[in-house]
Design a protein around this ligand. Structure first.
Ligand SMILES: Cc1ncc(COP(=O)(O)O)c(C=O)c1O
Length: 288
């Protein structure tokens, strides 16, 4: 929701101490973080310490569905007990083709430039917006948020942005706690720096009109800000983690196999393709 990043290393250390397992939802990290978009667990080099990872196809991959990456016992459990899997229609062929195309782009490194661009826009946004520290969510991801007090304020700012052609939505109480309402900004690789600058100017103009004080220096420029340090630390740890070489194999099911699965009436084989073969440390081919 907030684009913030879970302290996964600390979490897995804690879980080890209690013999517990971790499932990581990589919905917003897939395609954006990690080597060739493998996600945050990959970026942090924690593949062998996380029980399962959920990679949705609905965000950066612009499709539908998801792959759940985990041990064989999890696959068997889901095949036998996950009612929505057993009793729902399998995803369409054209959706699988779209997912396959996205994976091909990821594997070929064709998304690297887009990922770099979106991270550049994130940096530009955070470096240039002068809203007070406590009102800007501490996020280094494409999701950015400006927190305000009350539904009326977030509705009004969002309306102003929408009128200017920027699709920024309010997140209101009761979705978030009272007093923590926010406008939620999703930066995309197709956005331009001019659009981000326009966004900043509209937000800052609206702040001035409504008597909300702006900072003289933004978060990145202010040496005294604690949250600045944590943001920079977090980015630094990301780029260090990216250098960790982890033997993860991306495997895409050949399109003819996908077609075969689409015709199959066995949801279990659908799962084994879409959920366990798409990305796996030990790729599993579907038994069709
Ligand atoms: C963190 C997170 N996990 C999972 C999902 C679900 O993804 P999907 O829309 O593909 O079901 C979302 C959707 O917004 C999400 O934000």
């Amino acid at each position: 929701m907030d684009g913030d990043i879970a302290p996964l290393k600390e979490i897995v250390d804690l879980l080890d101490a209690y013999g517990a397992h971790l499932i990581v939802d990589e919905a917003h990290a897939t395609g954006v973080f990690g080597q060739n978009g493998r996600g945050l667990v990959n970026e942090m080099g924690l593949e062998n310490r996380v029980f399962a990872r959920l990679h949705t196809f609905s965000k950066a991959l612009a499709s539908n569905g998801a792959a759940l990456v985990g041990p064989k016992i999890l696959k068997e459990y889901l095949i036998n007990y996950a009612r929505p899997l057993i009793y729902s229609t399998f995803t369409s062929f054209n959706n699988l083709a779209s997912v396959k195309s996205a994976y091909e782009m990821l594997i070929a490194g064709e998304t690297t430039e887009l990922v770099e661009k979106v991270h550049g826009l994130i940096h530009y946004f955070r470096s240039n917006i002068n809203v007070p520290d406590h009102m800007l969510l501490p996020s280094t991801s494409p999701i950015q948020g400006i927190v305000m007090d009350g539904n009326a304020k977030v509705n009004a700012l969002s309306q102003r942005l929408i009128q200017a052609g920027l699709n920024v939505k309010p997140i209101r109480f009761p979705t978030v706690p009272k007093g923590k309402e926010r406008v939620r900004i999703c930066l995309h690789s197709h956005n331009t720096q001019e659009q981000v600058q326009q966004l900043i100017e509209i937000v800052q103009t609206w702040f001035r009109e409504n008597g909300i004080e702006l900072l003289e220096n933004n978060l990145y420029n202010s040496n005294s800000s604690n949250s600045t340090e944590s943001i920079q630390d977090s980015r630094a740890s990301h780029s260090n983690a990216t250098k960790v070489s982890v033997p993860v194999t991306l495997q895409v099911v050949p399109i003819e196999d996908v077609a075969e699965v689409s015709r199959s009436s066995t949801p279990a084989s659908a799962l084994s393709v879409s959920a366990l073969s798409a990305i796996s440390q030990q790729p599993t081919r579907a038994k069709l």
